[in-house]
Design a protein around this ligand. Sequence first.
Ligand code: IFM
Length: 458
Amino acid sequence: MRDSSQDSSVKSPFPERFVWGAATSSYQIEGAADVDGRGPSIWDTFCAREGTIADGTDGAVACDHYHRAADDVALMAELGLQAYRFSIAWPRVLPKGRGAVEPRGLDFYDRLVDRLLAAGITPWVTLYHWDLPQALQDEGGWQARSTAHAFAEYAHIVATRLGDRVEHWITHNEPWCASVLGHLNGEHAPGLKSSQAHLESSHHLLLSHGWAVPIIRAAAPGAQVGITLNLVPAEPASPSAADAEATARFDGWFNRWYLDPIAGRGYPKDMLERYRAEGYIDDWSFNRPGDLHAMAAQTDFLGINYYSRGIVRSDKVPEEENAPITVRPRDELTDMQWEVYADGLRQLLERVHRDYDHPAIYITENGAAYDTAPDASGRVPDERRRSYLERHLQACHRAISAGVPLAGYFAWSLMDNFEWAFGYEKRFGLVWVDYETQKRTPKDSALWYRDVIRRGGV
Ligand code: IFM
C-alpha cells in the first residue's frame, strides 16, 4: 500500500485513486498461433508475405505468453502493478470471425482474468488490437460494413463471458493505425494502399466502436467503456501560413478524424472539404444515415496513447518560398527515431480536455524503445527508458494540476514483444525477454516503476 503523504521524496504525488498499470496486446505477446483452435489473423498472413517485417519474423511464438500467463501474472504482481491492459485475440474466440465460438480461446482469457483478480490486479480488456480474423478480411475486412456487424457479435460474446469480472473495456486500439498504416500506407496488415480503403476502414472501425458500447454495457452492467486513440500534438515548423495550413490538415487527419465523431461532432468539416476538393475518394456511400450518431455512443473515458509530437512542414510550397524553420525536433530520439518530447503529453492532455471534455482520460500507452541488454551481472540498466517514463509522468502530473481528469497511466509495454513491422528489433518492455529461452528479467525501469507505484508519484 502506498502512503505518499508521508513520503517527502515524492515531489509529484498523484491522486489517491490514480490507476497504475502496464499494457500489452495479444498478437505481440501470446504466440501459440496454432494452438487450441485459434484461426489465422491478418497479421499471420501479412507476416508471411516477403519483405513486410524488418527481421522476417512473426508473432507465432512471440513471448509465448499463452503458455506462460500464470508466471507473467506473478511477475506483474511482483512489480506492484495495479492494473493490466491486454487485448483479446478475436480469432482465438471466433476462428472464422463470427459464428462458431472456440471455447478454449475464451477459457484462456477467463483464466487470465481470474488470475489477475486473485493477484489484486484489475483487468482492462481491449477488444481489438489489430488481429482481425483472416476469414473476415477475405470478405472485405474493415472496408466492409459486415465486419462492423461481426465486431458487435464478438463484443457481445466476450462481454457476456467476462463481464461479471471485467469492469474496464476498450473497444478499439488506435483506429488511426489500423486505417492508415493498414489501408493507406500498407505498412501494417492487411497491407493495402488505397485512400478509399483508408476512409472506409476508419468509418467501419468507429461505427463498430459505437455499436459495441451499448452491447458491452448491457452484458457488463456498471462497466466503464471507452476507446483508445493514438494522438499526436502537431506544431508548425515555421510561422508561415503554408505550415499553419499543413498543421491543421495533419491534426485533422491524425487526431480530429477520430476525436470528433466519437464526441458527436461528425467528421471534421475542414477535412471533408479538403478531401472533397482534392477528390481524395470517389465513393462516400459507406457513410449511411445514422452512422455518425452511432459512433457518438456515450463513453466513460478516453484512452490516449502518446509517444511523440509532430512538427509539420508544408509540401505545398517550394522550400525556398517557405519561411525558415524555427521548430526542430529535440536532439533525443528513441530507437524508433521518435523524438522524446514529454511536454507534448501535457499539451495534448490539456487540449483534449479543453476541446472534448471527456469525463475521464487514461494514458493507455506511453513508453520508449531502447535496446539496453542485460549486463554481465544480469541487470538491465535502461536509464534512458526510466528517464523517459519519469519525464512523461511529470507531464501527466502537470496536466492533472491544470485540471485534466487524468485517472490512470499504463506503461507500454509490460515486456519486450513483437513490434509489428519492426519485428523483435525494437524493445519497449519494462521487462527484458530473452526470445531464445523466454526468460523474463525486469529492467531497472521496471523496478523504478514499482517504487513509483508504491509511493504514488515521482
Ligand atoms: O507496439 C505498439 C502498440 O501495439 C500500439 N501502440 C504503439 C506501440 C509502439 O509502437
